[in-house]
Design a protein around this ligand. Structure first.
Ligand code: GLU
Length: 406
Protein backbone atom coordinates (compact mmCIF):
# COMPACT_ATOMS: atom_id res chain seq x y z
CA UNK A 1 0.00 0.00 0.00
CA UNK A 2 1.35 3.42 -0.92
CA UNK A 3 0.91 5.88 1.92
CA UNK A 4 -1.15 8.91 0.90
CA UNK A 5 -1.67 11.71 3.40
CA UNK A 6 -2.98 15.22 3.11
CA UNK A 7 -2.97 18.58 4.77
CA UNK A 8 -6.33 20.30 4.38
CA UNK A 9 -6.14 23.90 5.60
CA UNK A 10 -9.08 26.29 5.43
CA UNK A 11 -8.01 29.64 3.94
CA UNK A 12 -9.91 31.65 6.53
CA UNK A 13 -6.69 33.01 8.04
CA UNK A 14 -2.94 32.92 7.62
CA UNK A 15 -1.03 29.63 8.06
CA UNK A 16 -1.42 28.86 11.75
CA UNK A 17 1.41 27.23 13.72
CA UNK A 18 -0.95 24.33 14.62
CA UNK A 19 -1.80 23.66 10.98
CA UNK A 20 1.87 23.96 10.01
CA UNK A 21 2.86 21.45 12.70
CA UNK A 22 0.13 19.07 11.44
CA UNK A 23 1.60 19.54 7.97
CA UNK A 24 5.06 18.72 9.34
CA UNK A 25 3.87 15.41 10.81
CA UNK A 26 2.03 14.51 7.59
CA UNK A 27 5.09 15.38 5.53
CA UNK A 28 7.46 13.42 7.80
CA UNK A 29 5.20 10.38 7.71
CA UNK A 30 4.81 10.53 3.92
CA UNK A 31 8.53 10.97 3.29
CA UNK A 32 9.41 8.23 5.78
CA UNK A 33 7.10 5.81 4.00
CA UNK A 34 8.02 6.93 0.48
CA UNK A 35 4.40 7.99 0.07
CA UNK A 36 2.58 11.06 -1.20
CA UNK A 37 1.77 14.31 0.56
CA UNK A 38 -1.29 16.06 -0.88
CA UNK A 39 -2.43 19.64 -0.39
CA UNK A 40 -6.16 20.37 -0.35
CA UNK A 41 -7.47 23.86 0.32
CA UNK A 42 -10.84 23.61 2.10
CA UNK A 43 -12.33 26.84 0.85
CA UNK A 44 -16.04 26.09 1.03
CA UNK A 45 -16.75 28.86 3.54
CA UNK A 46 -17.34 31.49 0.89
CA UNK A 47 -17.58 34.40 3.28
CA UNK A 48 -14.43 33.75 5.28
CA UNK A 49 -12.16 32.18 2.65
CA UNK A 50 -9.82 34.64 0.93
CA UNK A 51 -7.31 34.11 -1.92
CA UNK A 52 -4.65 36.04 0.03
CA UNK A 53 -4.91 33.49 2.84
CA UNK A 54 -4.44 30.67 0.32
CA UNK A 55 -1.34 32.48 -0.95
CA UNK A 56 -0.05 32.87 2.60
CA UNK A 57 -0.60 29.16 3.32
CA UNK A 58 1.18 28.01 0.15
CA UNK A 59 4.06 30.44 0.75
CA UNK A 60 4.38 29.32 4.39
CA UNK A 61 4.50 25.61 3.52
CA UNK A 62 7.07 26.28 0.79
CA UNK A 63 9.14 28.49 3.10
CA UNK A 64 9.27 25.73 5.70
CA UNK A 65 10.44 23.30 3.04
CA UNK A 66 7.37 21.10 2.73
CA UNK A 67 6.92 20.27 -0.92
CA UNK A 68 3.67 18.56 -1.87
CA UNK A 69 3.24 15.87 -4.48
CA UNK A 70 -0.31 16.67 -5.59
CA UNK A 71 -2.49 19.75 -5.45
CA UNK A 72 -3.33 22.28 -4.36
CA UNK A 73 -6.85 20.96 -4.88
CA UNK A 74 -9.68 23.33 -4.04
CA UNK A 75 -12.63 21.87 -2.20
CA UNK A 76 -14.98 24.50 -3.61
CA UNK A 77 -14.45 23.02 -7.08
CA UNK A 78 -15.56 19.59 -5.92
CA UNK A 79 -19.04 20.35 -4.63
CA UNK A 80 -20.74 18.25 -7.30
CA UNK A 81 -18.88 15.20 -6.10
CA UNK A 82 -20.01 15.89 -2.53
CA UNK A 83 -23.60 16.33 -3.68
CA UNK A 84 -23.48 13.04 -5.59
CA UNK A 85 -22.42 11.27 -2.39
CA UNK A 86 -25.30 12.90 -0.51
CA UNK A 87 -27.67 11.74 -3.24
CA UNK A 88 -26.35 8.20 -2.78
CA UNK A 89 -27.05 8.43 0.96
CA UNK A 90 -30.58 9.71 0.24
CA UNK A 91 -31.23 6.96 -2.31
CA UNK A 92 -30.19 4.34 0.22
CA UNK A 93 -32.32 5.97 2.92
CA UNK A 94 -29.23 6.60 5.01
CA UNK A 95 -30.04 10.31 4.94
CA UNK A 96 -33.24 12.36 4.83
CA UNK A 97 -34.55 15.89 4.52
CA UNK A 98 -35.41 17.64 7.78
CA UNK A 99 -37.53 20.78 7.82
CA UNK A 100 -37.17 22.06 11.38
CA UNK A 101 -37.02 25.81 11.74
CA UNK A 102 -34.28 27.40 13.89
CA UNK A 103 -36.97 28.37 16.43
CA UNK A 104 -38.21 24.78 16.69
CA UNK A 105 -34.67 23.53 17.16
CA UNK A 106 -34.05 26.10 19.90
CA UNK A 107 -37.23 25.05 21.71
CA UNK A 108 -36.26 21.40 21.44
CA UNK A 109 -32.77 22.06 22.90
CA UNK A 110 -34.12 24.30 25.66
CA UNK A 111 -36.55 21.57 26.71
CA UNK A 112 -33.66 19.09 26.90
CA UNK A 113 -31.59 21.48 28.98
CA UNK A 114 -34.47 21.94 31.41
CA UNK A 115 -34.53 18.16 31.84
CA UNK A 116 -30.77 18.20 32.48
CA UNK A 117 -30.01 16.44 29.19
CA UNK A 118 -27.23 17.36 26.78
CA UNK A 119 -28.80 19.17 23.80
CA UNK A 120 -28.95 17.13 20.61
CA UNK A 121 -31.18 16.64 17.61
CA UNK A 122 -33.93 14.20 18.56
CA UNK A 123 -34.25 12.85 15.00
CA UNK A 124 -37.89 14.00 14.83
CA UNK A 125 -37.98 14.30 11.03
CA UNK A 126 -36.38 10.93 10.39
CA UNK A 127 -39.64 9.28 9.42
CA UNK A 128 -41.70 12.01 7.78
CA UNK A 129 -44.39 10.77 5.41
CA UNK A 130 -44.43 12.18 1.90
CA UNK A 131 -47.59 14.14 2.86
CA UNK A 132 -45.80 15.75 5.83
CA UNK A 133 -42.85 16.58 3.61
CA UNK A 134 -45.09 18.11 0.97
CA UNK A 135 -46.82 20.21 3.63
CA UNK A 136 -43.51 21.62 4.86
CA UNK A 137 -42.46 22.32 1.28
CA UNK A 138 -45.76 24.08 0.65
CA UNK A 139 -45.05 26.27 3.69
CA UNK A 140 -41.82 27.26 1.93
CA UNK A 141 -39.58 25.78 4.60
CA UNK A 142 -36.01 25.05 3.44
CA UNK A 143 -34.62 21.64 4.33
CA UNK A 144 -31.29 20.42 5.61
CA UNK A 145 -30.11 16.92 4.82
CA UNK A 146 -29.35 14.79 7.83
CA UNK A 147 -27.31 11.60 7.91
CA UNK A 148 -28.79 8.93 10.18
CA UNK A 149 -26.68 8.11 13.21
CA UNK A 150 -27.51 4.86 14.94
CA UNK A 151 -27.42 5.73 18.66
CA UNK A 152 -26.75 2.11 19.60
CA UNK A 153 -23.44 2.03 17.80
CA UNK A 154 -20.05 2.53 19.39
CA UNK A 155 -17.44 3.81 16.99
CA UNK A 156 -13.97 2.43 17.59
CA UNK A 157 -10.63 2.95 15.95
CA UNK A 158 -7.01 2.26 16.75
CA UNK A 159 -5.47 5.69 16.79
CA UNK A 160 -1.81 5.76 15.78
CA UNK A 161 -1.07 8.24 18.57
CA UNK A 162 -3.72 7.58 21.20
CA UNK A 163 -4.22 3.85 20.89
CA UNK A 164 -7.77 2.39 20.95
CA UNK A 165 -10.44 5.10 20.98
CA UNK A 166 -14.13 4.40 21.36
CA UNK A 167 -16.96 6.84 21.00
CA UNK A 168 -20.63 6.23 21.70
CA UNK A 169 -22.67 7.25 18.68
CA UNK A 170 -25.35 8.52 21.09
CA UNK A 171 -22.85 11.25 22.08
CA UNK A 172 -22.59 12.58 18.53
CA UNK A 173 -25.55 14.93 18.78
CA UNK A 174 -28.19 13.00 16.84
CA UNK A 175 -28.60 12.73 13.07
CA UNK A 176 -25.93 14.92 11.52
CA UNK A 177 -26.51 17.73 9.02
CA UNK A 178 -24.52 17.01 5.86
CA UNK A 179 -26.03 19.71 3.62
CA UNK A 180 -27.84 22.96 4.25
CA UNK A 181 -30.42 24.95 2.30
CA UNK A 182 -31.87 22.13 0.26
CA UNK A 183 -35.34 21.57 -1.18
CA UNK A 184 -37.29 18.45 -2.09
CA UNK A 185 -35.37 18.25 -5.36
CA UNK A 186 -32.08 20.02 -4.67
CA UNK A 187 -29.09 19.50 -2.41
CA UNK A 188 -27.60 22.62 -0.86
CA UNK A 189 -24.12 23.39 0.40
CA UNK A 190 -22.42 20.19 1.67
CA UNK A 191 -20.86 20.52 5.12
CA UNK A 192 -17.37 19.84 6.47
CA UNK A 193 -17.63 16.23 7.69
CA UNK A 194 -19.24 15.02 4.49
CA UNK A 195 -16.96 16.97 2.15
CA UNK A 196 -13.80 15.82 3.94
CA UNK A 197 -14.81 12.17 3.80
CA UNK A 198 -15.81 12.30 0.13
CA UNK A 199 -12.54 14.05 -0.77
CA UNK A 200 -10.41 11.71 1.33
CA UNK A 201 -12.05 8.69 -0.32
CA UNK A 202 -11.67 10.20 -3.79
CA UNK A 203 -8.01 11.10 -3.19
CA UNK A 204 -7.20 7.65 -1.81
CA UNK A 205 -6.03 8.98 1.56
CA UNK A 206 -4.66 6.11 3.63
CA UNK A 207 -3.83 7.98 6.86
CA UNK A 208 -5.65 11.00 8.26
CA UNK A 209 -3.22 12.88 10.49
CA UNK A 210 -4.67 15.95 12.20
CA UNK A 211 -5.04 17.77 15.51
CA UNK A 212 -6.82 16.11 18.42
CA UNK A 213 -9.55 18.77 18.27
CA UNK A 214 -10.97 16.66 15.41
CA UNK A 215 -11.56 13.48 17.46
CA UNK A 216 -15.35 13.87 17.64
CA UNK A 217 -15.39 14.53 13.87
CA UNK A 218 -13.49 11.29 13.32
CA UNK A 219 -16.25 9.27 14.98
CA UNK A 220 -18.84 10.90 12.69
CA UNK A 221 -16.62 10.50 9.65
CA UNK A 222 -16.06 6.78 10.25
CA UNK A 223 -19.85 6.31 10.10
CA UNK A 224 -19.87 8.18 6.79
CA UNK A 225 -17.05 6.03 5.33
CA UNK A 226 -19.06 2.95 6.22
CA UNK A 227 -22.28 4.35 4.77
CA UNK A 228 -20.49 5.22 1.53
CA UNK A 229 -19.05 1.71 1.34
CA UNK A 230 -15.45 2.91 1.52
CA UNK A 231 -12.59 1.49 3.52
CA UNK A 232 -11.78 3.52 6.61
CA UNK A 233 -8.28 5.10 6.67
CA UNK A 234 -5.98 4.98 9.69
CA UNK A 235 -6.23 7.98 12.02
CA UNK A 236 -3.56 9.80 14.01
CA UNK A 237 -4.60 12.65 16.30
CA UNK A 238 -1.65 14.83 17.19
CA UNK A 239 -1.47 16.73 20.49
CA UNK A 240 -2.43 20.37 20.63
CA UNK A 241 0.16 23.10 20.96
CA UNK A 242 -0.19 24.77 24.35
CA UNK A 243 1.11 28.01 25.84
CA UNK A 244 3.17 28.09 29.03
CA UNK A 245 0.01 28.03 31.19
CA UNK A 246 -1.20 24.89 29.47
CA UNK A 247 -3.95 26.44 27.36
CA UNK A 248 -4.31 26.05 23.62
CA UNK A 249 -1.89 28.47 21.93
CA UNK A 250 -3.88 31.37 20.56
CA UNK A 251 -3.49 34.86 19.14
CA UNK A 252 -3.30 36.18 22.71
CA UNK A 253 0.06 34.45 23.09
CA UNK A 254 1.58 36.75 20.49
CA UNK A 255 2.32 35.32 17.08
CA UNK A 256 0.57 32.25 15.81
CA UNK A 257 1.05 32.60 12.05
CA UNK A 258 4.06 31.24 10.26
CA UNK A 259 4.50 34.56 8.45
CA UNK A 260 4.76 36.29 11.85
CA UNK A 261 7.61 33.99 12.86
CA UNK A 262 9.31 34.90 9.60
CA UNK A 263 8.91 38.63 10.32
CA UNK A 264 10.31 38.10 13.82
CA UNK A 265 13.55 36.79 12.37
CA UNK A 266 13.28 33.03 12.68
CA UNK A 267 15.04 30.88 10.11
CA UNK A 268 12.76 28.44 8.25
CA UNK A 269 14.96 25.42 8.95
CA UNK A 270 15.10 26.24 12.69
CA UNK A 271 11.34 26.74 12.92
CA UNK A 272 10.66 23.51 11.00
CA UNK A 273 13.10 21.72 13.32
CA UNK A 274 11.35 23.18 16.36
CA UNK A 275 7.87 22.22 15.13
CA UNK A 276 9.04 18.64 14.68
CA UNK A 277 9.92 18.62 18.38
CA UNK A 278 6.43 19.84 19.31
CA UNK A 279 5.07 16.44 20.19
CA UNK A 280 7.75 14.15 18.72
CA UNK A 281 11.21 13.13 19.87
CA UNK A 282 13.93 11.38 17.93
CA UNK A 283 14.95 7.87 19.10
CA UNK A 284 18.55 9.05 19.58
CA UNK A 285 17.40 12.12 21.59
CA UNK A 286 19.04 14.41 19.03
CA UNK A 287 17.22 17.72 18.86
CA UNK A 288 18.76 19.27 15.80
CA UNK A 289 17.92 18.00 12.36
CA UNK A 290 16.54 18.92 8.98
CA UNK A 291 13.05 17.77 8.04
CA UNK A 292 14.60 15.17 5.75
CA UNK A 293 16.73 13.80 8.58
CA UNK A 294 13.71 13.71 10.91
CA UNK A 295 11.69 11.90 8.25
CA UNK A 296 14.17 9.03 8.24
CA UNK A 297 13.46 8.35 11.91
CA UNK A 298 9.84 9.43 12.18
CA UNK A 299 7.19 7.15 13.64
CA UNK A 300 3.95 7.73 15.53
CA UNK A 301 5.22 5.60 18.40
CA UNK A 302 7.30 8.57 19.48
CA UNK A 303 4.50 11.14 19.23
CA UNK A 304 3.19 12.23 22.65
CA UNK A 305 -0.44 12.05 23.68
CA UNK A 306 -0.11 15.04 25.99
CA UNK A 307 -0.24 18.60 24.67
CA UNK A 308 3.05 20.12 23.51
CA UNK A 309 4.10 23.29 25.32
CA UNK A 310 5.40 26.03 23.12
CA UNK A 311 8.75 27.17 24.48
CA UNK A 312 10.06 30.48 23.10
CA UNK A 313 13.44 30.09 24.79
CA UNK A 314 14.00 26.77 23.12
CA UNK A 315 12.98 28.12 19.73
CA UNK A 316 15.35 31.07 20.22
CA UNK A 317 18.12 28.70 21.23
CA UNK A 318 17.59 26.51 18.15
CA UNK A 319 17.43 29.57 15.91
CA UNK A 320 20.68 30.91 17.33
CA UNK A 321 22.38 27.56 16.73
CA UNK A 322 21.43 27.70 13.07
CA UNK A 323 22.60 31.31 12.76
CA UNK A 324 25.89 30.76 14.57
CA UNK A 325 26.90 28.00 12.20
CA UNK A 326 25.84 29.65 9.00
CA UNK A 327 28.40 30.62 6.36
CA UNK A 328 28.58 34.41 5.83
CA UNK A 329 27.26 34.08 2.29
CA UNK A 330 24.12 32.20 3.36
CA UNK A 331 23.61 34.46 6.36
CA UNK A 332 23.89 37.56 4.22
CA UNK A 333 21.15 36.32 1.93
CA UNK A 334 18.82 35.88 4.91
CA UNK A 335 19.81 39.10 6.68
CA UNK A 336 19.64 41.43 3.67
CA UNK A 337 15.82 41.72 3.53
CA UNK A 338 15.79 42.72 7.23
CA UNK A 339 18.48 45.38 6.64
CA UNK A 340 16.62 46.75 3.66
CA UNK A 341 13.36 46.75 5.59
CA UNK A 342 15.07 48.77 8.33
CA UNK A 343 15.88 51.38 5.69
CA UNK A 344 19.60 50.60 5.28
CA UNK A 345 20.62 51.08 1.69
CA UNK A 346 22.90 48.14 1.16
CA UNK A 347 23.24 46.34 -2.09
CA UNK A 348 24.51 42.85 -2.74
CA UNK A 349 26.44 43.89 -5.87
CA UNK A 350 28.29 46.88 -4.48
CA UNK A 351 28.57 46.14 -0.76
CA UNK A 352 29.29 42.43 -0.66
CA UNK A 353 33.01 42.86 0.01
CA UNK A 354 32.40 44.41 3.41
CA UNK A 355 29.02 42.82 4.14
CA UNK A 356 30.52 39.32 4.15
CA UNK A 357 33.11 40.07 6.87
CA UNK A 358 30.34 41.87 8.75
CA UNK A 359 28.26 38.68 8.69
CA UNK A 360 31.26 36.68 9.91
CA UNK A 361 31.60 39.20 12.73
CA UNK A 362 27.99 39.36 13.93
CA UNK A 363 26.78 35.86 12.98
CA UNK A 364 27.99 34.18 16.19
CA UNK A 365 26.06 36.62 18.39
CA UNK A 366 22.68 36.57 16.62
CA UNK A 367 19.60 34.96 18.15
CA UNK A 368 17.14 36.17 15.54
CA UNK A 369 17.78 37.63 12.09
CA UNK A 370 16.25 40.89 13.29
CA UNK A 371 19.17 41.30 15.74
CA UNK A 372 21.37 41.91 12.71
CA UNK A 373 19.69 45.28 12.17
CA UNK A 374 20.96 46.70 15.46
CA UNK A 375 24.30 44.98 15.25
CA UNK A 376 24.99 46.29 11.73
CA UNK A 377 23.87 49.82 12.42
CA UNK A 378 27.29 51.35 13.03
CA UNK A 379 28.80 49.72 9.97
CA UNK A 380 25.98 50.63 7.66
CA UNK A 381 25.09 54.09 8.87
CA UNK A 382 28.45 55.04 10.41
CA UNK A 383 26.45 56.26 13.35
CA UNK A 384 26.51 54.83 16.82
CA UNK A 385 22.92 55.85 17.21
CA UNK A 386 23.38 57.62 20.57
CA UNK A 387 20.19 58.82 22.16
CA UNK A 388 19.89 62.26 23.77
CA UNK A 389 20.83 61.05 27.26
CA UNK A 390 23.98 59.39 25.96
CA UNK A 391 24.93 62.51 24.01
CA UNK A 392 24.61 64.65 27.17
CA UNK A 393 26.77 62.20 29.09
CA UNK A 394 29.44 62.34 26.41
CA UNK A 395 29.61 66.12 26.71
CA UNK A 396 30.59 65.93 30.40
CA UNK A 397 33.92 67.62 31.01
CA UNK A 398 35.66 64.57 32.50
CA UNK A 399 34.57 62.31 29.68
CA UNK A 400 35.67 64.77 27.01
CA UNK A 401 39.13 64.81 28.48
CA UNK A 402 39.13 61.04 28.59
CA UNK A 403 38.12 60.71 24.96
CA UNK A 404 40.71 63.31 23.86
CA UNK A 405 43.44 61.34 25.64
CA UNK A 406 42.06 58.07 24.24
N1 GLU B 1 -10.19 22.14 7.03
C1 GLU B 1 -10.06 21.42 8.25
C2 GLU B 1 -9.26 22.25 9.22
O1 GLU B 1 -8.55 23.16 8.81
C3 GLU B 1 -9.37 20.11 7.96
C4 GLU B 1 -9.42 19.16 9.05
C5 GLU B 1 -8.99 17.78 8.58
O2 GLU B 1 -7.78 17.58 8.48
O3 GLU B 1 -9.84 16.97 8.30
O4 GLU B 1 -9.37 22.07 10.42
Amino acid sequence: MTVRVRIAPSPTGTLHIGTARTAVFNWLFARHAGGQFILRIEDTDEERSKPEFTENILAGLRWLGMDWDEGPFFQSQRIELHQQAIQTLLDQELAYRAYDTPEELDLMRDAMKVKGQAPRYDNRHRHLTSEQQAAFEAEGRPAVIRFKIDDDRTVVWDDLVRGPVSWRASDLGGDMVVARASSSTTIGQPLYNLAVVVDDIDMGITHVIRGEDHIANTAKQILLYEALGASVPAFAHTPLILNQSGQKLSKRDGVTSISDFQTMGFVASALANYMTLLGWSAPDANERFTLTEAAQQFSFERVNKAGAKFDWDKLDWLNSQYLHEMEPEALLELVLPYLNKAGYSVDLDTDKTWLLPLMALIGPSLTRLTDAVEQSRFFVTASLGFDEAAKTQLQLEGLRMFFRAF
